[in-house]
Design a protein around this ligand. Structure first.
Ligand code: BEZ
Ligand code: FE
Length: 295
């Protein structure tokens, strides 16, 4: 061992890790210190474990730069990256563990819009979007089965062409709405039978999926966000039972408890509210159980 080795330790890579971790010792915010130290520990271990080459490191930097370049107010490539790496779902697992009989959470996605139109119970959220009509009904209750009246339910979904309204450049507002549960915690609305669609894959995240021979498709789903005073806000989807992408959703969002039967009905079958439907339609039931805020 040389004098220099004795002073600084042999550099198998762990010395620099220790030094960088120590450099955060003075951070005033304890949580920041914890996060940065852990980040350094894990990223340094990744570099050592994989023997990351300088060329690969440059490519990774160029990839992150490309994510930044394509990101706009309406296109968030870093969230997409987090989604396809399962980090979004991992964060949900940590922050929203399934407790008791409460409804499970899944990814928020980039297509929510504030202030979607209000519809009455039994109203139509499709806003003229193309697709097969679907009647969705259910209740919102607490974990003891007591109804939650006046819960706000936001719903949003892609049309049968696989696009959300905000992905068209004509300013349309369709396939989204909000409504409130009635005095007995019930809700119902007309929407569209969900169909599979690809996440935006014309950017660096799409290239990453292609390099991994992974599909950009999401399993067919309908988004819900449910909020009521005294309860934790729930962000979730329902997925279509039998959908071909249930086992390979590109963002790992599927949870078995959220897979729902969308029962197909014929043109002449009576609808729950007497609406006349020209063609087939489907019917789904989703009973929602909210966690108390203080669980
Ligand atoms: C979505 O379901 O809208 C979505 C979720 C994650 C990434 C892209 C889209
Ligand atoms: Fe979606």
């Amino acid at each position: 061992m040389t004098d220099t080795d004795a002073q600084y330790g042999t550099d198998d890579g762990t010395r620099i890790t220790d030094e960088v971790i120590a450099s955060f010792a003075g951070a005033k915010d304890e949580r920041f210190r914890e996060l940065m130290r852990s980040l350094v520990r894990h990223t340094h271990a990744f570099v050592r474990e994989t023997g990351l080459t300088e060329r690969e490191w440059h490519e990774a930097i160029a990839f992150l730069r490309a994510c930044g370049d394509i990101t706009t107010d309406t296109r968030q490539e870093f969230i997409l990256l987090s989604d396809v790496l399962g980090i979004s779902m991992q964060t949900i697992a940590v922050n929203h563990p399934t407790r008791a009989n409460a409804t499970e959470s899944t990814v928020f996605g980039p297509f929510f819009v504030d202030d979607a139109p209000r519809i009455d119970c039994g109203g139509d959220m499709s806003g003229g979007a193309v697709g097969e009509p679907c009647w969705v009904e259910g209740t919102v209750t607490d974990v003891d089965g007591r109804p939650v009246p006046d819960a706000r339910i936001d719903v949003w979904e892609a049309d049968a062409d696989g696009k959300y309204d905000v992905q068209y450049d004509d300013g349309r507002l369709a396939g989204r709405a909000h409504l409130f549960t009635d005095s007995e915690g019930r809700y119902a609305f007309w929407g569209l039978t969900p169909t599979p669609y690809p996440i935006p894959h014309d950017g660096p995240v799409g290239a990453l999926l292609a390099a991994a021979d992974r599909s950009p498709m999401r399993a067919s789903h309908l988004h819900f966000m449910v909020a009521a005073p005294g309860f934790r806000r729930l962000v979730t989807h329902i997925f279509v039972d039998g959908d071909e992408y249930l086992g390979r959703d590109s963002v790992f969002g599927v949870k078995p408890s959220l897979v729902t039967e969308f029962a197909r009905r014929d043109s002449g079958d009576a609808t729950p509210d007497g609406r006349v439907v020209d063609g087939t339609w489907t019917r789904a039931r989703f009973d929602i159980v909210l966690m108390p805020e203080s669980y």
